[in-house]
Design a protein around this ligand. Sequence first.
Ligand SMILES: Cc1ncc(COP(=O)(O)O)c(C=O)c1O
Length: 403
Amino acid sequence: MRQFAFYCTKTLRKTFNPVRKKDNFLVFGSPKIENNEIQEVVDTLKSTWLGTGPKVNLFEKEFNQYKDGEYYPVAVSSCTAALHLSLVASGVTRGDEFITTPLTFCSTLNAIIHAGGVPVLADIDPVTYNIDPAEIEKKVNEKTKAIVPVHLNGRCCEMEKIKMIAENHNLKIIEDCAHAIESEHQGKKAGTFGDFSCFSFYATKNLTTAEGGMILAKSEEDAKRLKTLALHGMSNDAWKRYSDEGYKHYLVKECGFKYNMTDLQAAIGIHQLRRIEENWERRKEIWDFYRNSFSSFPVRTPAEVPNGDKHGYHIFNILVDDKVCGINRDQFLNEMTRHNIGVGVHYLSIPEHPFYQNHLDWNADDYPLAKTVGRQTVSLPLSAKLSDKDIEDVIKAVSQILA
Ligand SMILES: Cc1ncc(COP(=O)(O)O)c(C=O)c1O
């Protein structure tokens, strides 16, 4: 691959050849699904139970072991559901403030609003793109209930500083680990710093169950409540109700939600989890190769991973600054599509969206660092499924567009 990068920069910039054939579009975030997942799904379909059952239990157990077994796992239907439940379980009362980042997916914010909280934004660190602890400190007041850090792209936030702020002001921490299944900060796994942590198994994530999520709760009591809340607030879960122990009456203990994971989803997750490190190794290889290949290009690549940290390598982004590249981000996205390469944006900053402008009176200019990154960022394909040829095609396309 190295020789190819040299070839790209020296030769291909001069000529334009379509990189990929029209019928061969490289889908962004396409997951690597193997036979074990397929067999397990078929096995589940042929079994007597599709809902929340033994496979969900096994997936929870193995996920928790992967995370060093310090917390209590609760599998749910999405990370959005995980965030919503965790916020409710944190004991939010109307008007409580939750400090989070402006550079995240909308569901981090929406979950806070749905739980009855008030989101408060603290701008990002321009190097890591994660929430800046110094900005958090400025936003803390007597109404602050919790900090909701997001380990963006798979890079951990500065958790020792965030923990210190939380301890000093008696705040909870709810980690958004949607991008950070494999990530570690100073030897400690992402999702084991806060009171709750929320993972996503959406179709494009490092581990997928098509749709799905997991909460790790620090306290067993919280985990029990989360399980109840995830299934309408009922005292016994549906699996127990229909098990061979005979019919079990349930009692509704509180007004819950319908956020449980099914055995069909867990069937995929169990095998995805068993290959998590193998897939991580492949994405690291691609990440390192992209970083080296783009080092002479007029784009910014992700910052170096700090010693002692493990990056989740979920999203590889470049910043396309029109003043430097002669092309703006949206033109670049269109060009990549024309080259048949799928790309993403993670993310336009939250205050750019009309809902938050209209309902919270937010202005993107008040969070200038997130605004700039959000307007320049482009996510390139990064999946364990990519072949060497796919990666070469991505580099060739970027090279031709920027030539
Ligand atoms: C940072 C972040 N938080 C939360 C979510 C929500 O995840 P899910 O789609 O599983 O609800 C996503 C999804 O992309 C995300 O990127």
